[in-house]
Design a protein around this ligand. Sequence first.
Ligand SMILES: Cc1cc2nc3c(=O)[nH]c(=O)nc-3n(C[C@H](O)[C@H](O)[C@H](O)COP(=O)(O)OP(=O)(O)OC[C@H]3O[C@@H](n4cnc5c(N)ncnc54)[C@H](O)[C@@H]3O)c2cc1C
Length: 379
Amino acid sequence: MDFKLSEEQELIRSNMREFAAKHVDPIAAEIDENSRHPAEVFQKLAEGNWLGIPIPQEYGGAGADRLTHVIAVEELSRSCASTGFTLSAHVDLACTPILLFGNDQQKAKFLTPMAKGENLGAFALTEPGAGTDVMAATTTAALDGNDYVINGSKTFTSNGPVAGTYVAFAWTDKEAGRKGMSAFIVPRDTPGLRVGEHFKKMGLRASQTSEMIFKDCRIPKENLLGQPGQGVQIAMTTFDHGRMGIAAQSIGILQAALDEAVQYSKERIQFGTPIARHQAIAWMIADMATDLAAARFLAYYAAWLKDQKQPFSKEAAMAKLFASEAAMKHTTKAVQIHGGYGYIKGAKVERLMRDAKITEIYEGTSEAQRMVISGNVLR
Ligand SMILES: Cc1cc2nc3c(=O)[nH]c(=O)nc-3n(C[C@H](O)[C@H](O)[C@H](O)COP(=O)(O)OP(=O)(O)OC[C@H]3O[C@@H](n4cnc5c(N)ncnc54)[C@H](O)[C@@H]3O)c2cc1C
């Protein structure tokens, strides 16, 4: 057993830390306040070849392993969870299904520009009536000559308003059940595709979330991803990868909460002593550091399994479940440690607590992760 990261992984961690401290920390509060997509940061990430870390070099990526990507998302999220998640949604939810299920032509045409950072990707599965229950979707794709014509609407699409390429899901044969949904690559400028409502959110405000409306949206047959009817499998495989990204995001949030709690508790004096010397506070910090370490081990282990080409679905769900619940629990404690000052806008812990909540909801709620894990354990 080897717990040591490779030189490349350590280098990516320190480079991403430096990048985030220089370019993201100074604007993190502002982009949260204004719900602004930091396009200038993504321009710089593209220049640094950060937008396709685990994508092979032949498709424009950096050709690193999944663990390296997880570390990069973690470090970026430590400065700003929205920015870290925007990167994760692009790589894990949009580039990854094209890498795994696309043909050579699709990889050259769509994946390569995405991995180079020429445009961002988004993943459009959820619908107003179909969240956890993916099978309740109603969007359809009808074959018409050499085209598929997509009709329906998706909701909560991350990167929706800023993406150039969408991986979208629609029924091609509703009667076939799990084998009747298909996945499609839809470029932003396709007639009939429109960005609907932009959602205002409790946290993760610099990540852009919108409806996506498909009205007689006609795409060539060549844009079918994988085989007809493979959509559910593509979506579930994509989630396995995305969950490692959300675990990484949660760990970044948790690390930031610990950093803030440690610093504040050493500086804040009450009853003539730094509050860190009150055992109640010190124990909160002990629990926070312990859960952070456990979350990191789970996430790195899932990514390591993926890199070893071993099954990792259960471990990715465990990592996401544990890390997201730890992030929510301990950002709340970090606010507690800051007392009233933690509740005031401008305190970083206030943003961290709002940002943490979503990690328990998207890419499968905590309840959905427990379904995946128990399904594996009880098999
Ligand atoms: C900010 C944000 C970004 C998102 N980004 C994307 C994206 O990029 N692409 C995309 O396709 N989707 C995205 N989503 C959608 C997200 O994945 C869903 O919100 C999530 O899967 C839950 O679906 P729902 O909101 O419809 O809740 P529901 O499925 O209605 O669930 C409501 C509650 O019931 C529980 N529940 C449901 N079914 C069961 C069950 N069988 N057993 C026990 N409990 C159950 C849930 O756990 C939850 O607590 C995003 C959502 C948000 C808020």
